[in-house]
Design a protein around this ligand. Structure first.
Ligand code: ATP
Length: 157
């Protein structure tokens, strides 16, 4: 179908992207990788797009350094983006991934945004049979944690 599935080193994608975004936006993006290479199966361009959306949000909604983690797990790979910014109220977390949804706080109105990023991110996660969890607290920050399976049911092993 329209996914271009291959095995690739996701730690390399994270390093390259964090480098480009850190330089471009003059922000400290700390990359934590467990191991030398972390292989995953998926569409590399789409995973890069997903990471771009998450790191771009972390940049927009925080001022501190950002932590990006890549961890191989028994049954797949975990990707995590953590910021120490404005956070999201618990009641709004269920709606964050909806199209055009933006958390109704006065603070975010100063940054541009269409509310599309996370809906695209969710599509990419679903296409890779992944799951996503959000841990957030207003005023202290947000972690978006994504778990991808080692093998995709919908493609040849
Ligand atoms: P765009 O898609 O143009 O980047 P956006 O950032 O508003 O715009 P999404 O990425 O879909 O849209 O995010 C939806 C909403 O979720 C945001 O408007 C913001 O309120 C909230 N949000 C997303 N990421 C974070 C974060 N790291 N910290 C705090 N709030 C966030």
């Amino acid at each position: 179908d329209w996914l271009n599935i291959a095995r690739f080193d996701v730690s390399q994608v994270v390093k390259e992207l964090s480098d480009v975004l850190g330089t471009t936006f003059q922000r400290e993006i700390r990359v934590h990788i467990n191991g030398n290479a972390v292989q995953m199966k998926g569409d590399k361009d789409k995973i890069r797009q997903l990471l771009l959306i998450l790191i771009d949000n972390a940049i927009k909604y925080s001022k501190e350094p950002i932590d990006v983690r890549v961890r191989p797990e028994k049954n797949g790979v975990k990707l995590e983006v953590t910021d120490y910014g404005i956070g999201v109220p618990e009641s709004e977390i269920p709606y964050m991934f909806e199209r055009f949804y933006r958390v109704d706080s006065a603070r975010h109105r100063s940054t541009g945004g269409s509310g599309l990023g996370l809906s695209i991110a969710k599509k990419i996660i679903d296409m890779h049979e992944g799951t996503v969890e959000v841990f957030s607290k207003p005023g202290s920050g947000t972690t978006i944690s994504i778990q991808f399976p080692r093998n995709l049911k919908s493609s040849p092993q």
